[in-house]
Design a protein around this ligand. Structure first.
Ligand SMILES: [Zn+2]
Length: 213
């Protein structure tokens, strides 16, 4: 992140819009759900953020806002997502360059199934190597699960505290809600969503099959 090249807001918006179309097509963010952000500047923090209530299949230039680390709008029309502070929390604790949040079927099901234990772990799959820094399928990916809440400032504090204290997670789940993951740039964050969604579907299908037998 610190060595990041000069940031081009239009290019980042185009990358996030393309990501939005791809994720919508995969069913990971339907019906205006999900939100995406990328860092324009680290200090003072400036985030390019999708505005609330927009169908992510049709993101255009006018659907992006620039916000500060209190989710105040600095430029652009529209409302910031209520969840903007969660993006700020991830950027602050992980020095991420991009944060992506989806509402897929499998993240919704599994976050509920594992909520009581407040986390789930995935290991033994080749696709784990898609996470930054992971070199072997024997890696165990530990995924925190937070209770869903409409009190986003409180939730953001909880998320930031955990991510600052534990360097392991590449993402986290909100109960019956969805997935948050990040990367140093849009491409890496997007890869992490694809890896998570693949693994969550594999684990979800396996758990449900075992449950039925
Ligand atoms: Zn959400």
């Amino acid at each position: 992140m610190s060595k990041r090249k000069k940031v081009d807001a239009q290019k980042l918006a185009a990358e996030l819009a393309e990501t939005g179309r791809a994720f919508q097509a995969r069913g990971w963010a339907l019906g205006t759900s999900g939100n995406y952000s990328a860092v324009l500047r680290e200090a003072p923090m400036r985030l390019l953020m999708t505005s609330s209530g927009v169908d992510k299949a049709f993101l255009g230039k006018k659907h992006f806002l620039q916000i500060d680390d209190h989710a105040n709008i600095l430029s652009g029309d529209g409302r910031p997502s209520a969840e903007s502070l969660l993006h700020v929390a991830v950027v602050r604790s992980r020095k991420a360059g991009c944060v992506l949040h989806t509402h897929s079927v499998w993240s919704t099901i599994l976050s509920d199934r594992h909520a009581k234990r407040k986390s789930m772990a995935i290991s033994g799959y080749e696709m784990l190597k898609g996470f930054e820094g992971v070199k072997t399928h024997e890696h165990q990916e530990w995924i925190p699960v937070f209770e869903n809440s409409q009190d986003i400032p409180a939730l953001a504090k909880e998320v930031e505290a955990l991510l600052k204290q534990d360097p392991r997670p590449h993402g986290f789940l909100l109960r019956s809600h969805g997935l948050y993951t990040w990367g140093e740039d849009v491409a890496q964050a997007r890869r992490h969503v694809e890896i998570f969604e693949f693994l969550l579907e594999v684990v979800g299908r396996k758990e449900l099959a075992e449950h039925a037998s």
